[in-house]
Design a protein around this ligand. Structure first.
Ligand code: SF4
Ligand code: SF4
Length: 195
């Protein structure tokens, strides 16, 4: 008996490819393919109300090969890495790590709907590379000056309160041995190029 070779539908094929791409780019093991669409992650997420799609929906989109829509979703950018979803996921999916992967892919492909969150992330990363840690006052001031200048006056009393309680500093703090940090970052960049 001759068995006809049936090609998988295009969407399934591209879905598998996108899921594999996301998994391969995620540090460690993503376990994304283990998602059973239970929705526990979205129900645990403090940022869910601000997200275009809950994490569960986003993972369904990845599986369906909806790469452009997934990368343009604001969901990864709204993730605050609280790890609530990670500890509650019955399948052990490394949800927060997948969010980082999607942010990286969106940044690489310049595929985002709103440039504000990637802009914030870029300034944050630049500070960490320069000082070895974030500088809250500089980060916030730069972000608001660039994107929300009219809201700046409303932020001033809060900034003053944080300053007088010693929670933020006027000048950035620098870690010691920044050369070691730069060596680690350079090595990470080299590894990323060959992977
Ligand atoms: S909690 Fe885990 S298994 Fe459930 S939808 Fe979210 S990622 Fe999938
Ligand atoms: S780690 Fe991100 S996606 Fe998960 S619950 Fe926290 S904010 Fe939501």
């Amino acid at each position: 008996m001759v068995v006809a070779q049936v090609s998988p539908p295009l969407a399934v094929d591209s879905g598998v490819r996108f899921l594999e791409e996301v998994s391969a780019k995620t540090a460690g093991v993503s376990r994304l393919e283990m998602c059973i669409q239970c929705g526990t992650c979205g129900g645990s997420c403090p940022s869910a109300d601000d997200m275009d799609h809950t994490p569960r929906m986003l993972f369904a989109m990845i599986r369906a090969g909806m790469k452009e829509q997934a990368l343009r979703s604001n969901t990864p950018w709204m993730c605050v890495s609280c790890y609530h979803c990670v500890v509650r996921c019955p399948q052990g999916v490394h949800i927060a790590d997948v969010m980082y992967t999607l942010k990286g892919m969106a940044e690489q492909e310049k595929s985002y709907r709103d440039s504000t969150p990637p802009g914030f992330a870029r300034v944050f990363v630049g500070q960490v590379e320069t000082f070895g840690r974030s500088w809250e006052l500089g980060l916030t001031a730069r972000h608001y000056l660039r994107h929300f200048i009219l809201r700046l006056p409303r932020m001033t009393p809060m900034a003053a309160g944080l300053f007088f309680r010693g929670r933020i500093g006027i000048l950035p703090h620098r870690i010691r041995q920044r050369k070691q940090l730069h060596a680690i970052l350079s090595r990470a960049e080299e590894l990323e190029k060959v992977s």
